[in-house]
Design a protein around this ligand. Structure first.
Ligand SMILES: *Cc1c(COP(=O)(O)O)cnc(C)c1O
Length: 356
């Protein structure tokens, strides 16, 4: 099977991880955690970065740090991996699903504006499949903007990097993301008070200055030093890893040209990144493409269903989410990883489209 994704773990990662293990610093404190956080801060220009054990933990901790809970509403896009909506439910708050824009597949800022109520506490804007959300417009809504940058490492607008657009932002470093620690995530912000609160919540509600004096009911969301060693190595390879995925996207695009697979939209006012190479066909053809590819041993996948079509979330969509619905029925992901060979890519395209 040609897998959907695979992390790029090379000599540097192995040597950093071996060093972390050798040092005995294997839990949630240690020099690689500091180094990974500092590298993320330098890369994104954010004053504060807190490494945590997953992107989902990052979202949950952010909502907790913002004091979001029962009675509060958080606007989330209908087309996304479900973690942001699940985090809202797990905080005891109410997700309000919003349709996406056909232009870039991220949350539609005008529609989001119409969903703001007196209970709205935040909006989670997801940079869907490497496209930056429309932060200029979203910031005008007067609610806290949380940027979920899990799928957009390296995307940028001008010299501003993904991860720097929200009042608070998160990354995931799951194995299939462009920068990977296996499992992992982080919270990024310039707000010192919020960062302090995030650190407190991630660390059992206590600080090293006052151990066992728990000010709040915290959790343990820390990233281990071993995991951070992987991350620190990946940060040294940032340009290579981000660039490698863009090459794959462009190569696929060339191979698929004129054969009924269209590129996902990439708006021109920003530089999008590639998480998984995403293409669009029509709904009937998609089933065939996925089926054909999978039978030929290629892990090609239909993208997520719109959340508004899932029984768990359907009731949280005040309006129809037609664009999310249409995109979710017609888009696919092709196997994508850094360093994928031309031969593998053309095998993938031949498999999903048939040799003819
Ligand atoms: C991957 C992803 C997450 C979850 O990250 P984990 O590290 O797997 O918990 C959250 N949001 C989006 C948009 C994602 O793609």
């Amino acid at each position: 099977m040609i897998p959907l994704s695979r992390p790029s773990i090379g000599r540097l990662e192995k040597s950093f991880v071996a060093d972390a293990v050798q040092s005995g610093w294997v839990s949630g404190t240690g020099p690689y955690v500091d180094r990974f956080e500092a590298a993320l801060s330098a890369r994104t220009g954010r004053a504060h970065v807190v490494a945590v054990n997953s992107g989902t933990t990052a979202l949950e901790i952010v909502l907790a740090a913002l004091g979001i809970g029962p009675g509060d509403e958080v606007i989330v896009p209908s087309l996304t991996f479900a973690a942001p909506a699940a985090a809202v439910l797990n905080a005891g708050a109410t997700p309000v699903l919003c349709d996406i824009s056909a232009r870039d597949w991220t949350i539609d800022a005008d529609l989001a504006a119409s969903l703001v109520s007196s209970r709205t506490r935040a909006i989670i804007a997801v940079n869907v499949m490497g496209n930056l959300a429309n932060f200029d417009e979203l910031r005008k809504l007067g609610v806290t903007v949380v940027e979920d940058a899990a799928e957009s490492h390296g995307a940028r607008k001008g010299d501003r990097q993904a991860g720097s657009f929200g009042q608070v932002s998160i990354f995931s470093f799951h194995a299939n993301k462009a920068i990977s620690t296996g499992e992992g995530g982080c919270v990024l912000t310039d707000d010192e008070e919020l960062a302090t609160r995030v650190r407190l919540l991630v660390n059992h509600g206590m600080t090293s200055a006052r151990p066992y004096e728990h000010d709040v009911a915290g959790r343990n969301g820390r990233m281990t030093n071993v995991t951070a060693a992987l991350g620190a190595a990946q940060m040294e390879r940032w340009d290579e890893l981000i660039g490698g995925r863009l090459l794959v996207r462009d190569r696929y695009s060339g191979l698929a040209a004129g054969r009924g697979l269209l590129d996902q939209p990439h708006p021109e006012d920003a530089v999008s990144s590639c998480w998984l190479a995403t293409f669009v066909t029509d709904a009937d053809r998609r089933a065939k493409v996925v089926d054909q590819g999978r039978r030929a041993g290629v892990d090609v996948r239909a993208i997520w269903p719109a959340l508004s079509n899932l029984p768990l979330y359907r009731g949280f969509a005040p309006r129809k989410c037609e664009v999310a619905d249409a995109v979710s029925r017609t888009a696919i992901w092709l196997p994508t990883w850094h360093g994928m060979s031309d031969r593998t890519m053309s095998n993938v395209i031949d498999a999903v489209l048939g040799r003819a």
